[in-house]
Design a protein around this ligand. Sequence first.
Ligand code: BT5
Length: 232
Amino acid sequence: MINLINLEKTESTNTYAKALLKSGEPLRPFTVVFAREQTKGRGRLKRTWESKKGDSLCMSLILSDTANPSITLLSALGVHKALREFYPMLQIKWPNDIIADNKKLCGILTEGTESGTVVGIGINLNQTEFCDEISRKATSLKLLTSNTYSAKELCKKVAKSVFETIEAHKSQLTKEALEEYTSLCANLGKEVLWQDKKGIAQGISPDGSLIVKTQEGEEEIRFGEVFVNGIY
Ligand code: BT5
């Protein structure tokens, strides 16, 4: 089912996937770009994503949908489903992180183009240490389970789960998807800080925003970074 584009090395699987979409080349459904090594991995807001050959899973799914917040949230649900078999106590930090023991195991970067959307997924598999900048906030499947993982095998499993989740909900944040996301969301009930504001996260709105109760009233955060007290 999955059409895997298997690269030995690339700057960023998201950049590669976006170029493919822009080229207009006909793509088979369920196309995924996988790279054993990624040299310029990107996060949101021009941040970098650290990865290491053999230790990290770097992959990008190509969808014909236009980009919208539902795609990111559904992708997080799909990744969660694939990974919880190895470590059940996983949560989602709104909007795009899969976390375990309050540390980041996976990040998702959704990027739109005129002809479709790219969902980039970075998962820490076999690292036992990280660079100073992220050493306190990152974890890997190996640190959690003491097992070693094959990036390519896991890529197929994660891709299948994410494609199936998006299809099952027809690319929309359905009531069921929202309920599941809410039940897994680590932010809720906690103090969150964003820009120069703070409040208590109350829930996720049907458009995927984070609902936060502040002293001034209720606010909806549509995107951006929130810090969660006790997480990062
Ligand atoms: C993300 O951004 O979490 C999205 C990461 C997406 C990476 C994938 S890999 C395949 C595809 N190709 C790409 O070029 N990107 C995608 P954001 O929420 O902005 O988080 C970025 C922040 O996470 C950084 O500023 C660091 O603090 C932290 N970070 C970087 N590398 C990390 C890692 N390996 N594990 C945990 N945290 C990390």
